[in-house]
Write a protein that binds this ligand. Structure first.
Ligand code: PAF
Length: 283
């Protein structure tokens, strides 16, 4: 496995691979790898000839500086995992290889209404930072395929729009969320959940399942939202930020299920000040 910290070296390595007809699969990550990331790497290994993974905790997508500073970092374990998975190349740059000069970030993206709901509403500037780094990485790696996890469904939608609007010739793949035995969605942030409250973290997933059952049995979206709010807030260590039903066609909030195949239930909340998000499809 080749490891690069400079984009110029990665570009020099990938040029001949591309000219030799190799299909490049790209998995962007912020490290602290878990089974969810491995599912993305494995999907790329199946489809592409050369799998590239980036590890970079992107400062511009954190609206909360404390959250950025606390983001788990485990670079050497990550490298070991990627080697075992047969990843071909890792790009793990310092901030100055991607932001020069660091801290200056002038290009702004505008994704319209989708930026004003869910993660966009509660994490101002988050998607601008995601779009900025993803654009830089796409331009450096120039992949044929890229893999994103369903856990960050709104991010997937933003990247889909980015690929469309900027005419990237990249096939975007959505890979299902990988879960712990009790249903908790795998996330790098899970490492920060203290043992004693860990069982309660699964309630976010359980409330999605409960909400879906209620909707299937005929409760309205508003009744379901009320019920889930009480369910989460009945637990002293948990706080609900949002529970919403989303039409995934245009990624808008809805209070009616119009298109069962394109409807998702999305949740975000806190356990012990650690922010978790999750979602499931209506069907
Ligand atoms: O999903 C993530 O880990 C990040 O948002 C991404 C896509 C690697 C961009 O920093």
């Amino acid at each position: 496995m080749k490891v690069f910290s400079l984009k110029s070296d990665l570009i020099s390595y990938l040029g001949p691979e591309r000219s030799n007809g190799m299909k490049i699969g790209f998995v962007p990550t912020m490290g602290a790898l878990h089974e969810g990331h491995l599912a993305l790497i494995r999907a790329s290994k199946k489809e592409a000839d050369c799998t590239v993974c980036s590890i970079f905790v992107n400062p511009t997508q954190f609206n909360n500086r404390k959250d950025f500073l606390k983001y788990p970092v485990s670079l050497s374990e990550d490298m070991d995992i990627l080697k075992i998975e047969g990843c071909n190349a890792v790009y793990a740059p310092g901030e100055d290889d991607l932001y020069d000069p660091p801290g200056v970030n002038t290009v702004k993206f505008n994704f319209g209404k989708v930026e004003t709901i869910l993660e966009g509403k509660y994490r101002p500037e988050h998607f601008n930072g995601v779009a900025l780094i993803v654009t830089k990485l796409f331009n450096i790696v120039q992949p044929h395929f890229t893999y994103f996890g369903q856990k960050d469904l709104q991010q997937y939608f933003i990247v889909r729009q980015l690929i469309h609007d900027l005419c990237y010739n990249i096939q975007l793949r959505l890979i299902p969320t990988v879960r712990e035995k009790d249903g908790l969605a795998q996330s790098s942030r899970n490492r920060r959940i203290p043992e004693n409250v860990r069982p309660e973290a699964a309630l976010f997933y359980k409330s999605l399942i409960t909400g879906r059952d209620m909707l299937h049995k005929g409760s309205t979206v508003n009744e379901t939202k009320e019920y889930i709010k009480d369910m989460i807030e009945g637990h002293p260590g948990l706080q609900l930020e949002y529970f919403e039903v989303v039409d995934t066609e245009k990624f808008t909030l809805t209070d009616q299920i119009n298109n069962k195949n394109n409807t998702a239930l999305c949740i975000a909340g806190y356990i012990n000040n650690i922010r978790l998000i999750d979602n499931i499809m209506y069907i």
